[in-house]
Design a protein around this ligand. Sequence first.
Ligand code: GDP
Length: 440
Amino acid sequence: MFEGLTQKFQQIFDRLGRRGVLTEADVDAALREIRLALLEADVHYTVVRDFLARVRERAVGAEVLRSLTPAQQVVKIVYEELVKTLGSPAPLHLAGSPPHGVMLVGLQGSGKTTTAAKLALRMRKAGQRPLLVAADVYRPAAIDQLELLGKQLNIPVYREGPEANPVDIARRAMRFARDHGHTLVILDTAGRLHIDEEMMAELEAIRAAIRPEEILLVVDAMTGQDAVRAAEAFHRRLSLTGLILTKLDGDARGGAAISIRAVTGVPIKFIGVGEKPDQLEPFQPERLASRILGMGDVLALIERAQEAVEAEKAAEMARKLSRAEFTLEDFREQLRMLRKMGPLSQLLELLPGYGQMARMLSPEEADRQFKRIEAIINSMTPEERRNPEILNASRKRRIARGSGTTVQEVNQLLNEFRQLQRLMKQMKAGRGGFPFPFFR
Ligand code: GDP
């Protein structure tokens, strides 16, 4: 997968790694090479531009992690930004009552029919009772192919004669599924060699007739920017709910995989990594990013670094505490760290004064409360955060207005903060470590 790109990244990182201290010029040189490598891999130029701008900004202003070498830090940032560009994992969204409709669309040869069978197999393993539907009436061979795949996997295939209209087939297939206890209908629609009006009109008509929960575009990753352009065109007409990238096992250069989400805004839901029916994987950005960078151990490395950061921050907090310098800014920092660590309601239990609240609140409500606290602290001046004693009535009114809360809520927060401060002073007595249980 992406051999050329992966090799380039490894060369770039190797060269960086041989230098002890990185200057800004070293980082710039590496970024220039990354830029070339991405463009050569057919990544969309706007995606390359945005990606590098983000990496550069972070690389320059990076906080120094003692447990990583400078080169490893650059790798870490590149990795994290690549994950962001690839988008979040996106499982199928089957919200209505069964049978759920999933419509596969795409150009001829993209791997649509194969993917329909793969998806059916995967969903059966997940407990669904799938029905495959052959709606490509223009290519009798496609219908036979689906039927053959269905037989091999022991998954029923709904088909009609070549004279039937695809919209009627789709409608009758849904009824058939309902009558026969199928929970999931996977529709293999007709593709064309190129996008044309007739195909789009037909797909729109099918969509209107069965109102599928998912409209997934199957695209061949080997076609690079063509895949991205096709996705844009399909999305404009059909409002796609997801993408399936096929043939990532082949010699795809990576351009489609890296650009397509950022350009279209449509999430990647699955990737095809071979011709066999079980070679369809749910899309996992972290996994794909570490494959692209060729760094299996990147994840472990970053995890360790993250732990080290938290330990450093905790030690710093402990130092502040022992000097009774714990401020509202530190409090906010703590809340931010907490939120990253979720699940909130459990963590809240550990916070003095919040345990009661946590038991009463749903995770969403707890999250709202946290956001509110953060908004209040954000509305204070740095001076006020360090020294809340100066908060008089008019300052409190200003803060309440700025954070969209009430003076009462501001007061409540201040009380809780004072409580916390007191508690921390008590706890630090006689102990070197950080008193908060959630830092362990
Ligand atoms: P359709 O015209 O879109 O229905 O495409 P097909 O399902 O007939 O697939 C076209 C070709 O691509 C077939 O030879 C498939 O075996 C192959 N194919 C589909 N998905 C993948 C994949 O993920 N990896 C590889 N290597 N080949 C695939």
